[in-house]
Design a protein around this ligand. Structure first.
Ligand SMILES: CC(C)(COP(=O)(O)OP(=O)(O)OC[C@H]1O[C@@H](n2cnc3c(N)ncnc32)[C@H](O)[C@@H]1OP(=O)(O)O)[C@@H](O)C(=O)NCCC(=O)NCCS
Length: 472
């Protein structure tokens, strides 16, 4: 990442300004009761859906919602955004400390090796991805990634148009011949060899230790890129080893090499979304992993959870909402109508944050930075609407109801500036969050205990069984 570039230096300044503002407004009161060592069994006040329940102890990351504060392994999110990269942050989350130069170099090389998942992409291309929900396709791709580890990687393995798919033990028969299959296989045949991740022994069926985490962190962006391309009838692109994780993601989705500014801003967005406490998708991933199912299945569950409209996806709705409002002049009237109907405004409020979301503190100014250099008038218009709407919502609900912009309010505008199609917004969330998911699972597995909360039964106990033919 070219941090010396003048424009990317300006981005660092933007982040440091956001940090300054956050510190100036920071409530310096005592730290919450959720920073401590846990002595089991533990007393806590629990609401429905396990709200408030303490499920585990973790050193991966911490959110203080009432202060609007987020740290990964003790480092505040502003410093990580200003000085770090997604690769470095992933290392930090997984291994618990910042890497040395040499460790980071090796880690990046490893991630680059794992980006090549030709078998997965070939199989994924045989599905009608253009008819699938993008998150569904990413989840499918993640489960297909297990294939990269379950086949014996003999030198003679070559994708074959006639047999490669049908001969595979885990292939799923398709009734219709899906779009892109032939072309995709052909294109992969043209690719320069198949990279077997170097750390795997020849006949290993499943990588062990941290390897599946690295495989997933690298592979999911390749899947997201393939999904973006297949959905518009284009062939998936091979990852570019010259590009960073963030740069390669933009390249594989859009087909164009990003500028240093675009690469840096995507990198920051990936850092911002990498971990966020025991949110629903992290919990889903951990629950599956706690059964000693493997990390591929576990991460597939995280993706499934993230797909729900109460979790990922609000940024898609924000962009739609801003487009509907159309012009900053319409904001007041539109907002009045929505509040009269007691409707929630997308991109505002948060289950955990009852202060300004620190991620929005970074993304708002970054959206502004990007929009200033954008020639696209439509996106500039959306940003103006967003600024106006933020003023309205914060002045009416900010102090009164602790409702402020959340991470999703500006991320959609940022992604639109980077030419990312709207339906890829949530998959990009998964691309980033996989670091947090896997870090937390690997930490939890050290002292694994299968998750097993209880439900309180409130039904009858002594019903008399009535034979089928006697029931009314
Ligand atoms: C995320 C969300 C579900 C959090 O809900 P929550 O924790 O139940 O919120 P709270 O109970 O603290 O809300 C407090 C009050 O603010 C109001 N409020 C919360 N978010 C609001 C929003 N986006 N727009 C308008 N009012 C909102 C609530 O209606 C509530 O009002 P009340 O006291 O009159 O009942 C909610 O803010 C929301 O639906 N936001 C929009 C969707 C979104 O952006 N989601 C992505 C989150 S990353």
């Amino acid at each position: 990442m070219n941090n010396l570039n003048k424009d990317t230096k300006e981005i660092t300044e933007v982040i440091l300004k956001a940090k300054e503002k956050a510190y100036a407004e920071l409530d310096t009161g005592a730290e919450s009761e959720f920073v401590r060592n846990v002595k089991w069994p533990v007393d806590c006040v629990v609401g429905p859906g396990l709200e408030g329940a303490i499920a585990c102890e973790s050193k991966v990351g911490y959110v203080n919602g009432s202060k609007g504060w987020l740290v990964y392994r003790g480092y505040n999110i502003f410093d990580l955004c200003a000085y770090s990269s997604f690769e470095e942050v992933s290392y930090l989350l997984l291994y618990g400390k910042l890497p040395t130069e040499n460790q980071l170099k090796k880690f990046k090389e490893k991630l680059k090796g794992y980006r090549n998942i030709p078998k997965t992409i070939r199989l994924l291309s045989s599905f009608p991805v253009q008819d699938m929900n993008a998150m569904g396709a990413v989840r499918l791709g993640t489960n297909l990634m297990r294939q990269e580890c379950t086949f014996v990687d003999k030198k003679e393995y070559k994708p074959d148009v006639k047999t490669a798919i049908s001969a595979d033990e885990d292939s799923i028969p398709m009734e219709t011949r899906p779009m892109g299959e032939r072309k995709a296989i052909y294109s992969l045949k043209q690719a320069e060899g198949i990279t077997r991740p170097s750390g795997l022994s020849k006949d290993l069926h499943m990588p062990v230790g941290f390897e599946p985490a690295l495989h997933l962190i690298s592979g999911i962006p390749t899947i997201a890129g393939a999904v973006a391309r297949l959905r518009v009838g284009e062939l998936p692109l091979n990852p570019d080893p010259e590009l960073s994780h963030a740069g390669n993601l933009i390249y594989m989705i859009t087909g164009r090499k990003p500028t240093p500014v675009e690469e840096r801003i995507m990198d920051i967005s990936l850092i911002l979304h990498a971990d966020h406490g025991m949110n629903a998708s992290t919990f889903a991933t951990m629950v599956v992993a706690s059964t000693l199912s493997d990390l591929y299945f576990a991460v597939g569950s995280g993706i499934a959870a993230l797909n729900g409209s109460l979790h990922g996806g609000a940024n898609e709705r924000v962009v739609k909402m801003l487009s509907e409002i159309g012009d900053s002049k319409n904001v007041k009237k539109w907002y009045k109508k929505k509040t009269a109907k007691k409707e929630k405004i997308s991109g505002f409020g948060h289950r955990v944050y009852k202060a300004y979301d620190p991620r929005a503190r970074v993304l708002g100014p970054l959206a502004h930075f990007l929009v200033k250099s954008e020639s696209d008038k439509k996106i500039a218009g959306l940003f103006k609407v967003a600024q106006e709407l933020e003023k309205e919502v914060v002045s009416t609900l900010g102090e009164k109801k602790k409702v402020f912009p959340n991470v999703d309010f500006y991320s959609g505008i940022v992604y639109s500036c980077l030419d990312i199609p709207t339906e890829l917004f949530t998959p990009i969330f998964a691309v980033s969050r996989v670091s947090g998911w896997t870090a937390r699972v690997l930490e939890y597995l050290k002292n694994n205990r299968i998750f097993r909360p209880r439900a309180v039964y409130s039904g009858p106990l002594e019903e008399k069984y009535v034979p089928l033919n006697k029931r009314k």
